[in-house]
Design a protein around this ligand. Structure first.
Ligand code: ATP
Length: 477
């Protein structure tokens, strides 16, 4: 596998995320709840960028995909039909010595082995030990269903049991006929959905990477049986292009196809898009050719037809489906990891280029350290910061307010009038704001502002009338 020098350690990133308000531990006031996270002011902007970029690429800019926003809690029979009630389970083991609990397949992989799976169930290979205390005293693996259970209505009885959805996809399948009837789409076409999903993960870890509450972005693309390979390959290529467009370079991405013996029994093919996280290559998205499995299951369980009538060939068939399924939180985490850099920059902020900091070495003469989040401009939480040079000069502040309110209509902007200008730039660097606009005395004379670029730290003079066009070009996604 390819490797590259990591830009961030996870610890440095977690600390920046908390310090600057990207991500907080959920319920921190009560010591947190494992597997749950809150996104602060910058984090929720970042997630909005991810969702918007996905929706633009998958729905807005296509004629063959429409959206859906289905309920989180659905009829429990949905999960019987989909197979989640019986088989959406991970193998779990307990350490008898320290009482910690682990996902058996992950544990085996981490120790260079494979969990043994037979018709009778799972068993651990020889020599697997507890990663927490080192004891070789683990219970045999047993299946643990990952769905969160709840009750609908006032009575906590078996007939009132419902589940928080573990994926958004089933909401799409069960509305297939309704959407088809209203959208005037013909096969091939897709239904897209973004929304929360819940899984009672045995071992939430790697910050937000494996959480118990997270958000998915899923497309179900319905096709004619037989065109599976063509559309599957199309979607794998499209999705890889999307990741590059939002600022994850090809060198940090990998498409990993499943070998046939690892595929779910109904799947024809599956590719995971992996990102080079500080904790290893891990999945951002799965793209699966699922055949007619899901619609057939719902037809069988509901007794209602899931067939499609092709008006041209006059054939009836259950469509096959290609499913690209990504996680908002994992994409946001990858963007954070990719953006993080520690640099040495010239003290005056203008002359000279920023340099990548060399760990363990002293900062060179005339330089100072900076942490910068080099997000692609379109994905940055704050896109433009506006600074009146001096806060006690009303004519500067008034002019800056005018510029600020114009920019705010199009982009997420930040107003900062306190502190030395270099310090204000540095604060924005650390949260990844790509552009700083300073209103100074020259602005009052000739209507030009100073536009500072986060990455090069170069400063250009731009006329206020040209400012929006200039920024729009750079922020275009
Ligand atoms: P994993 O193997 O990592 O458990 P999965 O293959 O079960 O993931 P899918 O069921 O294919 O995941 O879900 C589609 C996408 O939803 C994943 O690629 C990921 O981006 C996201 N996702 C799944 N589980 C989680 C989780 N616990 N926390 C955050 N995101 C998740």
């Amino acid at each position: 596998m390819k490797t590259r020098p990591h830009k961030a350690t996870l610890e440095a990133l977690i600390s920046l995320c908390k310090r600057r308000g990207f991500i907080f531990q959920s319920s921190e006031l009560y010591d947190g709840l494992n597997g749950f996270w809150d996104y602060g002011p910058l984090g929720c902007e970042l997630k909005r960028r991810v969702r918007e970029a996905w929706w633009k690429a998958m729905v807005q800019r296509r004629e063959d995909v429409v959206g859906l926003d289905s309920a989180i809690i659905m009829h429990p029979r949905v999960w019987e039909a989909s197979g989640h009630t019986t088989s959406f389970a991970d193998p779990m083991v307990d350490c008898r010595a320290c009482r910690k609990r682990f996902r058996a397949d992950v544990l085996c992989e981490e120790q260079g082995q494979q969990l043994v799976q037979t018709a009778q169930g799972y068993s651990l290979p020889e020599g697997i030990k507890c990663p927490a205390c080192g004891a070789r005293d683990l219970t045999p693996p047993r299946a643990f269903n990952l769905m969160f259970k709840t009750f609908v209505g006032p009575l906590e009885e078996e007939s009132a049991v419902a589940y928080l959805r573990p994926e958004t996809a089933q909401g799409i399948f069960v509305q297939f006929q309704n959407v088809l009837a209203v959208s005037r789409q013909k096969i091939p076409f897709g239904i897209a959905q973004i929304g929360k999903a819940f899984r009672n993960e045995i071992n939430p870890r790697h910050f937000t990477f494996r959480s118990r509450e997270f958000e998915q972005m899923e497309l179900e693309y319905f096709i004619k049986p037989g065109s599976d390979t063509q559309w599957y390959e199309y979607w794998v290529a499209e999705r890889l292009k999307w990741y590059e467009a939002i600022g994850l370079p090809a060198t940090s991405l990998q498409a990993s196809a499943y070998p046939p013996d690892k595929l779910a029994h109904y799947a024809k093919a599956c590719t995971d898009v992996l990102y080079d996280f500080p904790f290893g290559w891990q999945e951002l998205e799965g793209i699966a050719a699922r055949g007619a499995f899901d619609l057939t299951q719902h037809q069988t369980h509901s007794g209602k037809s899931m067939e499609y009538f092709d008006p041209e060939t006059r054939e009836k068939f259950i469509p096959h489906v290609i499913e690209p399924s990504a996680g908002v939180d994992r994409v946001a985490l990858a963007l954070l990891c990719e953006a993080y850099r520690e640099e040495w920059v010239p003290k005056a902020d203008v002359a000279g280029e920023p340099r990548r900091a060399e760990p363990g070495k002293p900062v060179p003469e005339g330089y100072e350290p900076r942490t910068v989040m080099a997000f692609a401009p379109a994905m940055a939480p704050i896109q433009v910061a506006v600074f009146p040079l001096l806060k006690n000069k009303p004519e500067l502040v008034a002019q800056a307010r005018t510029v600020f309110s114009q920019l705010q209509r199009r982009w997420t902007c930040f107003w900062d009038q306190t502190g030395a200008i270099g310090r204000r730039y540095r604060r924005q660097d650390e949260i990844g704001t790509p552009f700083g606009v300073t209103i100074d005395f020259q602005t009052l004379q000739d209507q030009t502002v100073t536009l500072r670029d986060r990455d090069t730290m170069q400063q250009d003079h731009v006329h206020v009338d040209d400012l929006q066009a200039y920024i729009a070009k750079k922020i275009a996604y």
